[in-house]
Design a protein around this ligand. Structure first.
Ligand SMILES: *[C@@H]1O[C@H](CO)[C@@H](O)[C@H](O)[C@H]1NC(C)=O
Ligand SMILES: *[C@@H]1O[C@H](CO)[C@@H](O)[C@H](O)[C@H]1NC(C)=O
Ligand SMILES: *[C@@H]1O[C@H](CO)[C@@H](O)[C@H](O)[C@H]1NC(C)=O
Length: 506
């Protein structure tokens, strides 16, 4: 006996059933969705980011130690967990590692130097253009850049060579984005042979800060903090607080409008018999106004990084890639919350929590179900007049009408590289380290010859202490060279800074 079901009642029951089914299937769809794009693990990549929007990562050495052209982004507007950052694949870019790049102040053009050629990657259009090849641009790897947001000038310490291979001084490269010209300015003699340092533009000081690095082709790392201003030249600073140990290839990024700088990781001095230093697992915040370092909690040994790339977004540090002390953790993404001073597995985006992703699914489900219910309801009405039995079949018909909302972005590319395989035994791990070292050695051998680095004979330089806080040389003794004269204090007086200002020249 068939119970008499009114069309309205049937429609209502069906709607409830379909809604429940649809939400369940959407939720399970969200969970069983194939993993989205995963970048190849990498180290010595280069990066750019826009706070609250996107982080871009280019190139580097892949997990199998080959050079990559890989390019991808991490969405910084969404919230995500460090086990599945909001990656998105981009078309391949330039094949290189530990090369120079900086995002220009328009937040659209990514300035990238590889092999002395200046490229621009236009983010909105996703296109590369070649600005030109400049023979006075160093081909060295391990040179970091900073840009003055007020005039678009790009500064690369040790980035300018007078004549390639012909010897002569190496200076500060100054690139003007407006007229596309390369100029040069003096380096402090103490940084002449230093590479693999980190630089950041300090907006509040209208100058750049340079931390650490190592003497070219040696593992001797440094902990010096320098300030350079186009108006007053170079200055070795004497910071206070918990001063970071010597390191190279550290992340050094501005936070809170450049009033604080965050230093994370880097490669420390080797502890014999090791040839290379350990990846550091510590984080420090520099208060720019008082020049005081504060140390945060260590990330733990597994999170030690060198040659990683970082961003600051929504008051969090995001670190991707790099070399860890444990080769099995190459591609990890880490997040440090500056507000809570703690490492966390959840990045908090600017557009709310990731669970809001379920809202469009459920909304879509309800919309789809209402539509289906209306169609089914109408259909039942129509069919009931002709043949009651047909109404049951219409339930099956309804199924294809359920729209399947996919608010997630599917990766439209398939991974092109085989999964990164890891050596298992200690012997294999050792061999891998050796291969890496050889790769690094051969890769970095294309640096300018030592003669290309000018060693001022007249000055008692190169006697640095790698932990050099007591370092006390006159940075401004280049009077015999390029008519360079000691900067005076007028700049600071103009800026109403007191004699206690740590940036003040001696
Ligand atoms: C790291 O890379 C491996 C293989 O490439 C991948 O299976 C894994 O999910 C990645 N992990 C993270 C946190 O990205
Ligand atoms: C760099 O440029 C020079 C001259 O244009 C070229 O001969 C050389 O092969 C390039 N090196 C690399 C690593 O691309
Ligand atoms: C920069 O650091 C890397 C990684 O430790 C190292 O292999 C390379 O030799 C360094 N570059 C120079 C020129 O010393």
């Amino acid at each position: 006996m068939r119970p008499d079901i009114s069309p309205f009642r049937a429609t209502w029951l069906l709607s409830v059933l379909l809604l429940a089914l649809s939400i369940i299937s959407s939720l399970s769809h969200a969970q069983t969705q194939p993993p989205s794009y995963q970048p190849r693990p990498g180290f010595l990549s280069t990066s750019a980011y826009i706070d609250g929007q996107t982080m871009y990562v280019l190139g580097g050495f892949g997990g199998d130690d080959s050079l990559m052209a890989q390019m991808f982004s991490i969405d910084l507007s969404k919230s995500w967990s460090t086990s599945s950052p909001a990656y998105k694949r981009m078309a391949d870019g330039i094949t290189d590692a530990r090369f120079t790049s900086v995002l220009l102040p328009n937040n659209k053009d990514w300035f990238v130097i590889s092999n002395s050629t200046v490229y621009l990657y236009n983010i909105p259009s996703g296109t590369w253009s070649t600005v030109g090849k400049y023979n006075t641009l160093s081909t060295s790897h391990g040179l970091s850049a900073a840009v003055d947001p007020e005039n678009g000038k790009v500064y690369i310490p040790n980035g300018y060579v007078f004549s390639k291979g012909g010897g002569g001084p190496v200076e500060l490269m100054v690139y003007s984005t407006s007229d596309k010209t390369v100029q040069h300015n003096i380096m402090t003699s103490n940084l002449v042979q230093v590479i693999n340092f980190s630089v950041v533009w300090a907006s509040t000081l209208k100058g750049l800060l340079l931390f650490g690095g190592s003497v070219i082709n040696t593992p001797n790392t440094r902990s010096d903090l320098y300030f350079y201003s186009p108006e007053s030249g170079w200055k070795l600073l004497t910071p206070r607080g918990d001063i970071p140990t010597a390191r190279r290839l550290a992340c050094f990024v501005p936070a809170y409008g450049g009033t604080k700088m965050v230093l994370f990781g880097g490669q420390g001095d080797p502890v014999p018999p090791a040839q290379n230093g350990n990846a550091q697992n510590d984080i420090y915040i520099l208060d720019v106004a008082t020049l005081t370092w504060t140390r945060g909690p260590d990330i733990g040994n597994n999170g030690g990084r060198a040659g990683h790339v970082c961003a600051i977004s929504n008051e969090q540090l995001i670190s991707w890639g790099g070399l860890g002390n444990d080769a099995s953790s190459d591609n990890n993404t880490f997040v440090y919350n500056l507000k809570t001073s703690s490492w966390t597995t959840e990045y908090i985006g600017t557009s709310g929590s990731s669970s809001t992703n379920l809202v469009p699914i459920i909304a879509g489900s309800i919309g789809g179900v209402v539509l289906v219910a209306l169609l089914v309801g109408g259909f039942i009405f129509y069919r009931r007049k002709k043949a009651k039995e047909q109404a049951v079949k219409s339930i099956r018909l309804s199924k294809p009408y359920i729209s399947n909302p996919t608010p997630f972005e599917y990766n439209q590319y398939s991974p092109q590289s085989p999964p990164h395989s890891r050596p298992q035994s200690q012997e294999q791990q050792y061999q891998r380290q050796q291969q890496r070292q050889q790769q690094h050695n051969s890769y970095y051998n294309d640096l300018p010859s030592e003669e290309e680095y000018y060693l001022p004979q007249q000055h008692p330089s190169q006697s640095y202490n790698s932990h050099g806080q007591s370092y006390d040389q006159n940075d401004y003794s280049y009077d015999d060279y390029n008519n360079y004269t000691s900067p005076n204090e007028s700049y600071y007086r103009q800026n109403n800074q007191t004699a206690h200002n740590p940036y003040r020249h001696r």
